[in-house]
Design a protein around this ligand. Sequence first.
Ligand code: AQP
Length: 324
Amino acid sequence: MAKVFSGIQPTGIVHIGNYLGAVKNWVKLQNEHDCIFSIVDLHSLTIPYEPKSLNQRVLDALATNIAAGLDPEKSSIFVQSLVPEHTELSWLLTTITPVGNLERMTQYKEKSEKQGLLAGLLCYPILMAADILLYKAELVPVGEDQLQHLEITRVIARKFNSTFGEYFPEPQPNLTKATRVMALNDPACKMSKSISGSYIALTDSPEEITNKVKRAVTASDVDGKMSPGVANLFTLLEAFAPQDVYQKFMKDFNTGTLKFSELKPALAEAIITELTPIREKRTELLAKPKILEEIVEAGTKRAKKEASENMQEIKELMGLKLHF
Ligand code: AQP
């Protein structure tokens, strides 16, 4: 049984990229491993946000993830800012993180181009390393876009171990088949909460899902090779539809008889079938905030206990524990 940590930012409604790349995998892993999942609200402060709506976004992220299958009986589910050890460890790790590694991060370059050079964007991977290392996690289920950040976590763990003594495991990624779901309106970019038109949200109605799939960019295939848009639809079909439906359309593609007028409605139907119970459960949970409060209270208590015990050991190793 491995120790697993992962998180999701409350930056918008959870979409099928988050779901297939991470959340659905969390649901599976919680049956086999010791899992801690966090709504990482501190990370979400690195992009512009409206303070008045943050609380609702956190509740929404909690309700959506639980509706998607996260089980508080099996996993610890909590909100990052409720366990201050995350920021405490983040500072300690900042002191051993090479700036060059941070400056090379694709997400930092892309986001700072839009938002300006903010230290929070630069140090985002250090906070992520703290999230993971605080619990000595060995396995981190994330989408492909987070692999670079996880590599920095390993660099930091190695540096800590060689400087202060062997303590942190080097965490490994755990990827799904749909590790990089592309934007429906631009298959050259990844599906993202902050790019409108790019995603199908877990809360979308059947009509919205049908329309979004209908409008998905496909473009023509070149020399029988699938275009990125078509490949993306097949990734989604494989993830959502029964195997025989996927096989049938793959055969159509290989024999040059694929019709988007058949593929798109079949894909929309498969997505609607999987997401409808999630959408309904989320609505139920949001109407009962007391249940969400109890889940967060219990998850925070468990996470906090482990975090504070480990922090004591980390501080001892770094010479920060006072002995008189
Ligand atoms: N398109 C994607 N395909 C597969 N996995 C994805 N993930 C995100 N987008 C895709 C994975 O979802 C988990 C939670 O992501 P996050 O909310 O922490 O942040 P993100 O990666 O920045 O997601 P977004 O949707 O792109 O948010 P914004 O627009 O706010 O930046 C992670 O494991 C991530 O890899």
